[in-house]
Every structure is written in structure tokens, then in C-alpha cells.
Write a protein that binds this ligand. Structure first.
Ligand SMILES: Nc1nc2c(ncn2[C@@H]2O[C@H](COP(=O)(O)OP(=O)(O)OP(=O)(O)O)[C@@H](O)[C@H]2O)c(=O)[nH]1
Ligand SMILES: [Mg+2]
Length: 375
């Protein structure tokens, strides 16, 4: 063979290739068994080698007939949702409530609280693994596998690394507890002798998802926790953006109602609904409220609209794929922060205050378990 054998792309025979500087492919790695170097001396062998090299370099897509390659549908995104500080559907409105000048101080106070301090505290797979907590309010985040619970917690905390997120359903397998905010508003009089002073003002619990790829004993563990944990102040139940309640969602909602646990509904992944997100979310909310009303009508323990479940339904776009600049500030997160603090028993006006029930009490000293928190 005389002359130079040109390679068909990035790979080739660097010794022979005119693009050898950029080629980067080691000639030693080429299998000479087919065709043999000797066969290069005839043009048929050369053609065969060219075909082989072309096959090596051609991307998979060119080897598969076009009709088999169905392009992966990308969810339509609406970045404008990321910038909203609150996406809240009030019972009498089909559009998200606008954020007024009067709302700003309380939204800012909630933001400040969530950014004050943060720590991962512990993981628990059973109720008995939870250390005793008598004074720090706890809020549990519940929802189906992959609905976005861990992402939601990260967004609330304004960081991307607190809870582990995965595309694969069933990633979180234990209850993971995070301490946040300053403990300055916690009533320390309730501390018993020998107890450590609180380090945070609120605890958030990430939980394993239920449904697809979930753990079989999830139900028992969570129902025990909902019924027995005295420091539990409320649950945030995450629904997917379509708001279509699955059988498992209904079971959890029933468990929350029976445990008389204050419940806040939040729709996730609002950014994947496209430009008509407000309309679609409104339709979802309209399908959720009747179910809640039906359920609360059957409860005699006080789990009613307002006292049991929060009539305002929130939506968020908690995904943090955009930029770290807007981390945890957009997509309805500040609005939910405020709603969570309200559920935990904090008053948010110009500054944070504990709700009057806790500070005006001047009767006998009672145990924490007998204290009636804001229902
Ligand atoms: N576009 C978008 N994606 C989101 C949003 N929230 C979560 N995701 C994505 O949804 C997937 C699941 O999120 P996770 O937070 O791990 O869901 P999870 O509910 O904790 O899942 P399990 O722990 O398995 O129950 C991840 O790929 C996230 O990036 C959101 O608001 N918008
Ligand atoms: Mg998770």
C-alpha cells in the first residue's frame, strides 16, 4: 500500500492517519485479525477495514433504523414558575392568590427562619429509633415514591445537598430528620431536668415514599409515628402536579385524618406543566378539595377544613436544575415555608412570634403531652 490511509473520523490509525494529532486512538488497540495487514495491500481489504472503522465510529443512532428511534419526550418547562414566591390556591379562587405588599414581611420572616441554621440530625427506620423530643415542633413530609419529597426539603432549606434526590423511585428508605431555624422562640420552661436545650426551632422529616418501589412495612411505621409522636405538629402531603389521588394517597390521607394530624397539601413539579400551568393546577386543586371534604365529614375528631386540613392548596417547582442563584427562593417555596411555620405554631408578622396559646398560659405546670397546641 502506498500513500496514506485516511481515517473516517475521530478514530483511526494514528500512524497512518493524516489527523494523527487529533486522533488520539492508539494503533495498538486495533484488532488486526480481521482484516490482516497483508490484506490491506488489495483494495477489497482496504474497503473492509474502512467499513470496520466506520462501524466503530458511527453513533448507535445511525445503526438503528430511524423508525425505531422514538425521540424521548421532554417535559415542557415553564421557567416563569421558578420565580414565583407563592403559588397558593385559596378555596374561592381558580387562580393563584397574588402576593401582596402585606404578605411580604411574613414571607421574609419565614425565609429568614429557614435559612438561619440547618443540621441533619438522624435517620430512623422505626418509631423507637426517634429520640425523645418534647419541645421542638416536627413536620413530616409525605408522598408517593418519586413525587419530589427530598427535593422539596432541599428547596425549603435552600440547599441542594441536604436530602438525597434520585430519578429512581424508592430512593429514600428511612425517615431522615433535619433541624432548622433558631430555637429562640421555643418555650424552654417545658424542658425537664437533664434534657439538652433545643438547638433548632423546627424539625423536618423526609420519609420513604409509598407506592411504587416502596417498602412493605412503610405503612405501619408511619401510622405509628402519626399516632404516637407527641411533638408532631403537622404533615405536608405532596401530590403530583396532576393532583390525581392514587389509592395509596387516599390511605395516607385517611391515616392522617384518623390521627387528627394537621395536613397541608402541596402539588409538586409545577414547572413541568407548560405555559397553562395555572389552569392545570387549578383543575387539580378542584379535584382534591372534594375528597378532603368527604373524608373530613366522616371524622368526628375535629379533622375538619381549617382545623384538620389547610384549605389553601399550594404548588411548588422545587427542582433545582436552573441556577444556584435562585436556589430555594422561587417556585412557590417561600409561600410553603410560611404555611409550614403556621402549622408548627409560629405567628409570622413583621417578626416571628410563638402563637398566643404558648405564651399566655399561666396555670399549673402540665406535661408537654397534655398541652393543647393550635389545632
Ligand atoms: N422538574 C422538576 N423535577 C422535580 C421537582 N421535584 C423533584 N423533581 C425530580 O423528581 C425526581 C424525584 O425526586 P425526589 O426528591 O428524589 O423524590 P422523592 O419523593 O424523595 O422519591 P423517593 O425518596 O424515592 O420516595 C428527581 O429526579 C427530581 O429531580 C420539581 O419541582 N420539578
Ligand atoms: Mg426521597
Amino acid at each position: 500500500m502506498s500513500g496514506v490511509l485516511k481515517c473516517n473520523g475521530g478514530f483511526g490509525l494514528s500512524r497512518l492517519c493524516t489527523k494523527s494529532r487529533t486522533c488520539g486512538y492508539s494503533p495498538r488497540k486495533i484488532c488486526w485479525s480481521q482484516p490482516s495487514p497483508a490484506s490491506l495491500h488489495n483494495s477489497a481489504g482496504l474497503k473492509q477495514l474502512r467499513r470496520l472503522l466506520a462501524l466503530r465510529t458511527r453513533p448507535y443512532s445511525t445503526l438503528v433504523p430511524k423508525e425505531i428511534l422514538v425521540p424521548k419526550a421532554k417535559p415542557s418547562e415553564d421557567k416563569s414558575v421558578h420565580r414565583l414566591s407563592s403559588i397558593c390556591f385559596k378555596p374561592d379562587s381558580q387562580t393563584p392568590a397574588p402576593v401582596t405588599k402585606e404578605d411580604r414581611p411574613s414571607l421574609n420572616a419565614a425565609d429568614k427562619f429557614f435559612h438561619q441554621r440547618y443540621a441533619f440530625l438522624y435517620s430512623a427506620s422505626e418509631l423507637k429509633n426517634h429520640p425523645i423530643n418534647v419541645i421542638i415542633p416536627e413536620i413530616v413530609i409525605l408522598g408517593r415514591s418519586n413525587v419530589g419529597k427530598s427535593t422539596f426539603i432541599n428547596a425549603l432549606l435552600g440547599r441542594s445537598d441536604a436530602a438525597r434526590v434520585s430519578k429512581k423511585a424508592g430512593h429514600t428508605s428511612t425517615m431522615n430528620v433535619f433541624g432548622i431555624g433558631s430555637p429562640e422562640f421555643i418555650n424552654k420552661d417545658l424542658l425537664e431536668k437533664g434534657m439538652r436545650p433545643p438547638r433548632h426551632g423546627l424539625r423536618l422529616l423526609d420519609t420513604p415514599g409509598y407506592g411504587f418501589r416502596s417498602h412493605t412495612d412503610w405503612g405501619d411505621t408511619i401510622i405509628k409515628y402519626l399516632n404516637k409522636r407527641k411533638s408532631l405538629r403537622g404533615a405536608v402531603l405532596l401530590y403530583n402536579r396532576q393532583g390525581d389521588a392514587h389509592e395509596s394517597d387516599r390511605k395516607v390521607l385517611k391515616a392522617l385524618a384518623e390521627a387528627n394530624c394537621k395536613t397541608l397539601i402541596v402539588l409538586t413539579k409545577a414547572d413541568t406543566l407548560g405555559p397553562s400551568w395555572a389552569e392545570k393546577l387549578s383543575q387539580s386543586v378542584e379535584s382534591i378539595r372534594p375528597e378532603l371534604r368527604k373524608l373530613s365529614a366522616r371524622q368526628e375528631n375535629g379533622w375538619k377544613e381549617g382545623t384538620g386540613w389547610v384549605p389553601d392548596v399550594y404548588a411548588v417547582s422545587a427542582g433545582m436544575r436552573s441556577s444556584t442563584k435562585g436556589l430555594g427562593t422561587g417556585g412557590g417555596i417561600p409561600g410553603v415555608r410560611k404555611a409550614i411555620m403556621d402549622m408548627a405554631g409560629y405567628n409570622l408578622q413583621e417578626k416571628i412570634e410563638v402563637k398566643p396559646e404558648n405564651i399566655t398560659y399561666d396555670g399549673d405546670i402540665v406535661s408537654f403531652d397534655d398541652i393543647k397546641w393550635k389545632s
